[in-house]
Design a protein around this ligand. Structure first.
Ligand code: 1HN
Length: 355
């Protein structure tokens, strides 16, 4: 048994009084408030497609999609973030499943969103009245406050990856939401959206649309363009010209043609292609990222732990956790991150170890 001195008792009373007054003294926790380097609560984690897809299919059988629930989207819940539907402290990532002939109703929200199509085709998404076809490998934008709904006009289900800045907007108390009209607005399914007809001609900007915009006006970045850009980088490398991010590693960043910068203010998106046998440097960055194995297989060394990754798998990399990727076959990877936030706030850092 310890015997309190008079001083101890006064000190305990002081802490009790702090708590009662809603105060918290710095000297008891400076290490947590200001770690020497980022020490995220989110943990490095890999979700296997072989787990995700069957669960999405079962949801398709059992859970209707409609007003209220809005989307049949199943979010990655980082094991370090207390069960909330957050892949990282800033990013939401989900697999969304839309069955044959199903409609996901229109709405809009402050949160920025994208879709990256993983399986199938035949859904079109309507972005502010512009119908946009979705096919495997396409990258589609729904920047904040654009109305959007999805409609599957085929007899097969479709699956895609959703990325949004939901946790960031939640923590910053910045979110607004509005329901749209009950029916998705346009039944037409043109091959090419109006946004692409206006904006997607290489190096050509419509004179009618001057000035920078916070988000890209391109509703869909088509797989054909991405694929060709990556192949060209590798071919140039073969011909002895500098073109790749590192040896055997081609990479492109989806960009906003009105600024040359990132597609949306809070989200960066890229596509990476590694030749069979290529290995990346070990890299860590401030801010979090999520990698999706679009095709092929390889090894991810994530925070020192080696994982075999295959088509469809999702790799979640919290801030300042090192990642190295090695390709066992040609490896195609879609990647998104919250980097623009950190760059804008002058908080971004990166470090690389090429050994
Ligand atoms: C949303 O609108 C979509 O439009 C996906 O597909 C996921 C998660 C929370 C709130 C809105 C979509 C979402 C979402």
């Amino acid at each position: 048994m310890t015997i309190d001195t008079h001083e101890d008792a006064r000190l305990r009373q002081l802490y009790d009084d702090f708590a009662a007054a809603g105060l918290n003294p710095l000297w008891t926790q400076v290490g947590d408030l200001m770690p020497m380097s980022p020490s995220p609560q989110a943990v490095p984690h890999i979700w296997k497609w072989s787990t995700l897809y069957p669960l999405a299919q079962r949801s398709g059988e059992l859970v209707p999609v409609g007003r209220g629930g809005e989307r049949r989207a199943i979010a990655l819940a980082n094991p370090g973030l207390g069960g909330r539907p957050y892949a990282t402290p800033t990013l939401w990532a989900a697999i969304q499943y839309l069955g044959p002939r199903e409609v996901a109703p229109e709405h809009r929200h402050s949160q920025n969103a994208f879709r990256f199509v993983v399986e199938g085709e035949g859904v079109w998404t309507v972005v502010d009245g512009d119908p946009v076809a979705m096919r495997r490998g396409d990258f589609l934008l729904t920047p904040g406050w654009n109305f959007h709904g999805h409609h599957n006009v085929t007899d097969s289900p479709m699956t895609w990856l959703d990325g949004l800045d939901i946790p960031f907007v939640h923590y910053t108390d910045a979110g607004f939401f509005e329901f749209g009209p009950e029916e998705v607005t346009n039944e037409a399914t043109p091959n090419v959206s109006r946004s692409e007809r206006l904006w997607v001609h290489p190096g050509l900007r419509p004179v009618s649309q001057p000035g920078p915009r916070p988000s890209s006006p391109i509703a869909a970045y088509r797989w054909g363009h991405t694929d060709r850009a990556l192949d060209d980088q590798l071919a140039l490398e073969d011909e002895g010209h500098p073109a790749t991010a590192e040896p055997g590693h081609a990479a492109v960043r989806y960009s906003n043609p009105t600024t040359g910068g990132d597609v949306m203010p809070t989200i960066r998106a890229e596509f990476h292609r590694l030749r069979e046998g290529a290995v990346t440097a070990t890299r860590r960055e401030v801010g979090s990222s999520i990698w999706h194995v679009f095709d092929g297989s390889g090894t991810a060394v994530l925070d020192g732990v080696e994982h075999v990754v295959n088509r469809g798998d999702l790799i979640v990399v919290p801030s300042w956790k090192p990642l190295r990727v090695a390709a066992d076959s040609r490896l195609d990877l879609f990647r998104f991150s919250d980097t623009p936030i950190y760059e804008q706030l002058n908080l971004y850092r990166t470090e690389e170890d090429s050994r």
